[in-house]
Design a protein. Structure first.
Ligand code: NAD
Length: 432
């Protein structure tokens, strides 16, 4: 653990470690990944308690979306890393007779991972696994808004992995870190800070990955079963009380389907959280009062179909569905990042595509339809970090799929082999 004053020495120490070359061997990389995995399993109870204290996360949710998620990502990497690191042959032109060419992945050096508060284990450990698997040293900066989790990371990580330093803190610490020269900066969070990170990185020509957010729409076609669709929307939207970067932000659908969903969504919520979500152990809380006040300020739009109850002391906001919301309503201005689901009515698919493409490119676009033609059109005519049909929030569990944004939702990608691409330099080698 380092304070602001110790940051230059901490980075210098990691740079020294990298220079020895030890981090490059496959053996070192596998050892660190196994260490990270051991920490997540041996200290699971402590991490679960911290996540409950910071965000009211249930143990089942912790096991699935935080600890288990990273363990799966590590297992996938452990199984494939040696193969991924094999040199890749490249074809040589006839004008270079007898020559051969290939590419190898070179580690970058010392990388910085800045994590947010909403999945404070997953969004720090999954990039870190990629950085270590690529043979780098890393400084990790957990979010100060999840203080118990940040403390647990600082306590345990150094005992399980080498080549890693934890810097806890907020803006002063992050600002001091950003003054240092890193070989890559991997930032997850909002676009305002994303711009600060990219500006600081430019000074040292440091490459960045920016994993940002945005309003991820759900298009619902008129030909679907509203009961099943409601179940799948609710499962993604209200996970972690809506504080998920790829959460469905709002529903876009025609008026008749909107009516059907207004009927089906309250029942889907009851099935998931019971009659009173405030008493459900499966339902989380808002991270702090600032976000609580921001979210309750958005509740006025449209008609409240279900929810709307809130309690500032316990930072509880009931899962809420708002119908008849207009594009101009404040709830449609920015990413909601909380348990409020507006339904916006559009005439048809053309209008939905126009609505989606008229705004910043989302991190995810979800669609429920039975029509191949609709799927094809959405794939062709819209741009988003990911496009997922019939499932919400599940695409990031596919380790072979890249995870990342485009345009306003970010740049760069990770998970599986894409983490190796991000945290390595693919070096060209030619032999004549
Ligand atoms: P946050 O407030 O925890 O900030 C993220 C990090 O930035 C923290 O470590 C924080 O200390 C640091 N930071 C904050 N202000 C800073 C400043 N002025 N200078 C330097 N560093 C600073 O998290 P957040 O931004 O509130 O997270 C929510 C946002 O993140 C949402 O927009 C969400 O969609 C997005 N997000 C994206 C992903 C993804 O994978 N694409 C995942 C989770 C969250």
């Amino acid at each position: 653990m380092s304070t602001v004053e110790e940051i230059p020495a901490t980075v210098a120490r990691l740079r020294e470690t990298f220079r020895t070359g030890t981090t490059k061997s496959l053996d070192w990389r596998l050892t660190q990944l196994r260490g990270l995995r051991a920490m997540l399993t041996e200290q699971a109870d402590e991490f679960a308690a911290a996540l409950h204290s910071d965000l009211g996360k249930s143990r089942a949710e912790v096991d699935r979306t935080e600890l288990g998620f990273v363990v799966n990502e590590i297992d996938h990497t452990l199984a494939h890393l040696a193969g991924w690191l094999e040199p890749q042959p490249a074809a040589v032109p006839d004008s270079l007779p007898g020559a051969s060419a290939w590419t190898v992945y070179d580690p970058l050096g010392v990388v910085l991972v800045i994590a947010p508060w909403n999945y404070p284990v997953q969004l720090l450990m999954a990039p870190l696994a990629g950085a270590l698997a690529s043979g780098n040293c890393a400084v990790v900066k957990p979010s100060e808004l999840a203080p118990a989790t940040s403390a647990a990371i600082a306590k345990h990580l150094p005992g399980y992995v080498q080549g890693v330093a934890v810097v806890e803190g907020a803006i002063p610490e992050t600002t001091a870190l950003l003054e240092q020269r890193f070989d890559h900066i991997f930032y997850t969070g909002n676009g305002v800070v994303g711009r600060i990170v990219m500006t600081a990185a430019a000074k040292h020509l440091t490459p960045v990955a920016l994993e940002l957010g945005g309003k991820s729409p759900v298009f619902v076609d008129g030909d679907v079963d509203p009961v099943e669709v409601a179940k799948r929307i609710v499962a993604g939207k209200f996970l972690n009380a809506g504080q998920t970067c790829v959460a469905p932000d709002y529903v876009l659908t025609d008026p008749a389907t909107a009516r059907a969903l207004e009927q089906a969504l309250p029942q889907a919520l009851r099935d998931l959280f019971g009659e009173d979500p405030a008493t459900s152990t499966e339902y989380g809380r808002i991270v702090n009062h600032r976000h609580f006040d921001r979210l309750t300020g958005l509740l006025g739009a449209g008609r409240t179909v279900v929810g709307g109850q809130h309690d500032r002391d316990s930072k509880y906001i009931a899962p809420t569905v708002l119908a008849g919301v207009r594009a101009e309503d404040p709830v449609m201005a920015e990413e909601i990042f909380g348990p409020i689901l507006p339904i916006v009515e559009v005439a048809d698919l053309d209008a939905a595509i126009e609505f989606i493409t008229g705004r910043g490119k989302p991190l995810a676009l979800y669609a429920f339809t039975k029509s191949d033609r609709t799927r094809e059109r959405l794939q062709q005519e819209t741009s988003s970090g990911a496009l997922s049909f019939e499932l919400t929030v599940s695409h990031l569990r596919v380790s072979d799929l890249p995870f990342g944004g485009v345009g306003e939702s970010g740049m760069g990608r990770y998970h599986g082999l894409y983490s190796i691409e991000t945290f390595s330099h693919r070096k060209a080698v030619l032999r004549g």
